[in-house]
Ligand binder design. Structure first.
Ligand code: SF4
Length: 134
């Protein structure tokens, strides 16, 4: 699960033990969007221990008041070229929201996007990583 305040940008190929099992399908670098820290680029260790994994209690930028601790994704069914991408938010290990986004593979466009730009970008990264593997 990734930190809900993480805005991934590009692949980050570090010495991940099991990169395919990472919440966003591989490691990603990007920026923090936590209030007061917008635009900060977390260092490699932070990316590895917190941003890409969620439940970042050791991170000093993680807001005390937050809607979620982590976000995770899963591929749902694919029909007529439309892929369902499921997301779940967690807070204190309990569900804190879930839903489904729709991605049309042929045109590489999202038919149903998440209103939170960070979750949407995470979904894009996740799908990109899964597609690269096929
Ligand atoms: S883990 Fe910390 S630095 Fe990384 S996105 Fe979350 S709040 Fe920002």
């Amino acid at each position: 699960m990734a930190c809900p305040f993480f805005m991934p940008e590009q692949r980050f190929d570090a010495d991940w033990p099991f990169p395919r099992r990472l919440p966003l399908g591989s490691g990603w670098a990007g920026t923090c969007t936590a209030p007061g820290h917008e635009g900060v680029r977390p260092g490699e260790e932070e990316l590895k221990s917190s941003c890409n994994l969620g439940y970042a209690k050791a991170c000093s930028r993680l807001p005390a008041e937050r809607h979620a601790d982590a976000v995770r994704f899963a591929l749902g069914e694919e029909r007529d070229g439309i892929l369902r991408v499921r997301f779940v938010c967690e807070r204190a290990y309990l569900p804190a929201g879930h839903g489904e986004l729709l991605y049309e593979k042929g045109s590489a466009t999202w038919l149903l996007r998440h209103k939170d730009a960070r979750v949407q970008r995470m979904a894009e990264c996740y799908v990109q990583a899964q597609m690269a593997r096929r």
